[in-house]
Design a binder for this molecule. Structure first.
Ligand code: ME8
Length: 518
């Protein structure tokens, strides 16, 4: 048994009706960075991602391709799994909602809601968006050019069918109380306000089964009905913990989840429906739901095939490098807000922060050590005020990063680290170790020691965002493998004078845009 504190984090599970796009990559990278951060900070992390394979959208896409939905799901779920490997995602499990464990869990949660008297049979007549897999009230829709659209801008169609309902209307006050008692339940603040006003406007009972198609999980004791895909989809988070099979089982300790990371378009499902289902089923609620923004094209346009501005994550990684793309997306876009992504901006960011920033600092200081200090980490002399301030600044970064990451402000954690890189550059330039070589070699050694020590700490802290590159940086400062987590930050893991160093190899090359041929 681990005595570490459990920490459970999830991404949304993606619809495998097509290949993964940059939005999917963005969410997985962000969630992976948070999971890695908590692991390095000593938590017992369980990180889940996967695919949401049922529903009308999957059935329609499969039909249009002339294949069975199982085949479509299998093919594209593999693409998502492969994307995870390519992105260096450290997820501990990958759930597919077509798996038997998930069918069983969904039927259990349904039975618990039914036993609580919250499910009744009636018939549904109203608007449905297949693209969003969402029911909308008439006043949430609008007609443009003869087509009716839902609030996310997707077309809606009229649906009339026999359906089971969930008594969502009974949960309005309970949900509002929960939001009030748990101010951190929904983030960021804009999304919290949006959810509160939606619930305050009055909740109607929710149709939770479909009878006009059959690609879903069967309702217990009524096989003509399949569950509404969101009932089954949301349940994935609890399926993977095995909590419904055995609350004492090996993974049950991870429920309730510490945080669900999702995009802003699906906040209503996670912050209204999901907690209501769990309250009904008598199960603990997740501690937090955080909605990130959308990745947009240059100029803030939505990416679309017709505009020809779709950025393919696989092509970007091939061109710029994985850690470069991971870093760019986490640093450039304020987590929780929409942000633009363009090749120009990626190139600029790589050069400013990585090549000219961390990369240059590491290679200048470490190559001076290799050349001028017998290839060993020098013994520092007496520390000046400037040295002490430099080390104290580096030592204070963990607290800042912990605080920002605890609020999912990933971009701010990174900005704080980069600010220390700039400060170290100023320190290094101001101390002029190259000039001290002849006049005061001990002092030169001290300056190089302090700089290399800051590089070590920065490399440890940036591991969640750029795991492979930071491993290389940590190799350059000869950080022992067992001293690369956050416990090794600060005084505890200071570089050991006398440790041999190899000549540094460049970790972050400058990006040079290929010449465009007219
Ligand atoms: O919504 N930028 O699946 P999905 C950033 N199956 N994030 C984006 C994005 C973009 N351009 N486009 C999509 C679903 N996303 C459901 C989830 S969870 C129980 C079920 C995000 O494949 C989106 O907000 O449409 C969501 O969090 C995730 O990608 C999967 O979207």
């Amino acid at each position: 048994m681990s005595d570490k504190t459990p920490f459970y984090i999830t991404t949304a599970i993606s619809y495998p009706n097509g290949k993964p796009h940059i939005g999917h990559a963005y969410e997985l990278i962000a969630t992976d960075a948070m999971a890695r951060f908590q692991r390095l900070d000593g938590k017992d992390v369980f990180f889940l991602t996967g695919t949401d394979e049922h529903g009308q959208k999957m059935q329609q896409t499969a039909r249009a391709e002339g294949i069975a939905p199982e085949e479509l799901a299998e093919r594209n779920s593999n693409e998502f799994r492969q994307m995870g490997r390519l992105l260096n995602s450290s997820n501990d499990d990958f759930i597919r909602t077509t798996e038997p464990r998930h069918h069983a869990a969904s039927q259990k949660i349904w039975a618990r809601m039914a036993d609580n008297g919250d499910i009744y049979k009636d018939s549904y007549a109203g608007w449905y968006s297949v693209r969003d897999e969402a029911y909308y009230a008439e006043d949430e829709t609008e007609v443009r050019d003869g087509v009716r659209y839902g609030p996310q801008g997707t077309p809606v169609e009229w649906v009339e069918e026999s359906s089971y309902f969930f008594r969502l209307s009974a949960y309005g006050d309970k949900l509002l109380k929960h939001y009030e008692d748990n101010p951190d339940f929904i983030g960021p603040a804009e999304r919290r306000n949006e959810v509160i006003s939606f619930v305050k406007s009055g909740l109607r009972d929710l149709s939770v089964s479909r009878t006009t198609f059959d690609w879903g999980i069967k309702v217990p004791n009524d096989p003509d009905h399949v569950m509404y895909v969101w009932v089954d989809a949301l349940t994935n988070y609890i399926t993977a913990t095995g909590y419904l099979d055995d609350p004492q089982g090996p993974r049950a300790k991870y429920w309730p989840a510490d945080i669900h990371i999702i995009g802003k378009d699906i906040i209503r499902f996670h912050a209204v429906y999901w907690p209501a289902f769990l309250m009904s089923a008598g199960l603990p609620l997740p501690k937090r739901v955080f909605a990130h923004g959308f990745v947009l094209a240059k100029g803030g346009e939505k990416m679309s095939k017709s505009l020809g501005n779709v950025l393919d994550p696989f092509a970007l990684i091939n061109h710029f490098g994985l850690d470069q793309i991971r870093y760019f997306l986490m640093r450039e876009i304020s987590f929780g807000q929409d942000g633009n992504c363009s090749e120009d901006a990626i190139g600029t960011r790589i050069n400013a922060d990585l090549a000219n920033g961390i990369g240059n600092l590491a290679s200048r200081s470490l190559s001076m050590i290799v050349k001028n200090c017998d290839g060993q980490i020098p013994q520092p002399g007496e520390l000046t005020e400037a040295d002490r301030q430099m080390l104290a600044l580096a030592d204070s970064l963990l607290a800042t990063c912990r605080d920002e990451m605890g609020k999912q402000l990933i971009h701010r954690a990174l900005a704080a680290v980069i600010a220390v890189v700039s400060e170290t550059d100023r320190y290094f330039a101001g101390q002029e170790p190259w000039a001290l070589k002849k006049t005061d070699p001990v002092r030169m050694g001290t300056v190089l020691y302090v700089t290399a020590e800051v590089v070590r700490q920065i490399a440890i802290l940036l591991q969640p965002f750029m795991p492979d590159s930071c491993a290389k940086l940590l190799d350059l400062v000869a950080a022992p493998m067992e001293a690369r987590d956050f416990a090794a930050l600060g005084e505890a893991g200071r570089l050991k004078p006398g440790t041999p160093l190899e000549a540094p190899k460049p970790v972050f090359p400058r990006y040079v845009a290929p010449e465009t041929t007219a």
